[in-house]
Design a protein around this ligand. Structure first.
Ligand SMILES: [Mn+2]
Length: 317
């Protein structure tokens, strides 16, 4: 066990029950699996702990249900010891923890404002795996493996550390990569599939330089729809709902151009108003006029390509 994980272990074992384990808002698979891992560790050491996750992403909720993990969807932090998981930023939490007795974060992102441990790890689940490795059952280990697969973009950016953690889980539980992928790949519900098909029906297709940019409109599930459009061949997909646009980039576009959604949305919100948040290849924005914003996107992408010296003519199909 690494020394930092040993320190984390000691800090966790010093907590007073009942401990609340809190993943970040709209908990993803890494956050929710890590929260269950930390709660499992505490419970196994006689410190009663519960997972409190007021908002959970659909893939994480499906996976937890499939593996039989349950969490509370509301909780009162007053006077309790809280472990915050997969974030160390107050603003990323659903629950105001200012009345808590203590707060300890376990995270792999820099830049938070909560006290605790930030690890240089591919996923929080990899850290939690080290914490529970000797005691955990294969349901929890599968959940943590899915957390690592999810946070490494389906192993696309997995390095030796992620693979060696997975290797240890796979040999202990006789798993293959396909078992974890099958576990994660549950069919989305009817309305989500209809939204995705609507997004296909309503899309506008542009070629910007050698890249395919697609915009579309749905009434909900815009993130899932944008993901689908990238699977269908788009390099950049922007899907609007009533007052929100979700976007995804293909790994190819990101790798070749270095243009991120941060760059695109910073420019777009400066031009048409609104706020945005997210990662390089998956992000979203809120805006008053979704149609105006969607129409402005091809020109902005073309400008960003031009600034970086790439061919950038726009063609609508
Ligand atoms: Mn994570």
């Amino acid at each position: 066990m690494h020394q930092r994980v040993r320190d984390l272990r000691a800090a966790l074992l010093a907590l007073t029950p009942q401990v609340l384990v809190l993943p970040h808002s709209r908990a993803d698979i890494d956050a929710l699996s890590s929260a269950h891992g930390v709660a499992y560790f505490l419970n196994r050491h006689g410190i009663a702990a519960r997972v409190c996750a007021p908002s959970v992403s659909a893939p994480a909720a499906r996976l937890a249900e499939r593996l039989g993990f349950v969490h509370d969807s509301s909780c009162d932090p007053a006077g309790k010891d809280i472990v915050v998981v997969d974030t160390s930023s107050r603003s990323m939490l659903d629950v105001d923890v200012s009345s808590a007795r203590s707060v300890l974060s376990v995270d792999h992102h820099e830049g938070g404002d909560l006290p605790g441990f930030v690890f240089d790890a591919p996923a929080t689940a990899a850290v939690v795996h080290e914490l529970v490795a000797g005691i955990a059952d294969c349901k929890l280990l599968s959940f943590l493996a899915a957390g690592i697969v999810a946070d490494t973009a389906g192993l696309y950016v997995a390095g030796a550390d992620a693979l060696s953690t997975l290797s240890s889980i796979f040999s202990r539980c006789s798993l293959r990569v396909s078992d974890v992928l099958d576990l994660m790949d549950s069919e989305p519900p009817l309305y989500e599939r209809i939204a995705r098909l609507r997004a296909l029906e309503r899309m506008r297709v542009y070629a910007v330089g050698e890249y395919v940019l697609v915009t579309s409109r749905v009434s909900s599930f815009e993130g899932s729809s944008a993901w689908l459009l990238v699977q269908a061949g788009a390099d950049l997909a922007f899907v609007g709902s009533k007052d929100r646009i979700s976007a995804r980039l293909s790994p190819r576009f990101l790798r070749r151009t270095g243009i991120t959604l941060q760059a695109i949305f910073s420019r777009l919100t400066a031009d048409v108003g609104g706020t945005w948040g997210g990662h390089a290849a998956a992000a979203g924005m809120h805006t008053e006029d979704v149609d105006v914003a969607l129409r402005a996107i091809p020109t902005i992408v073309s400008l960003l390509l031009e600034q970086r010296g790439f061919p950038h003519s726009i063609r609508a199909y």
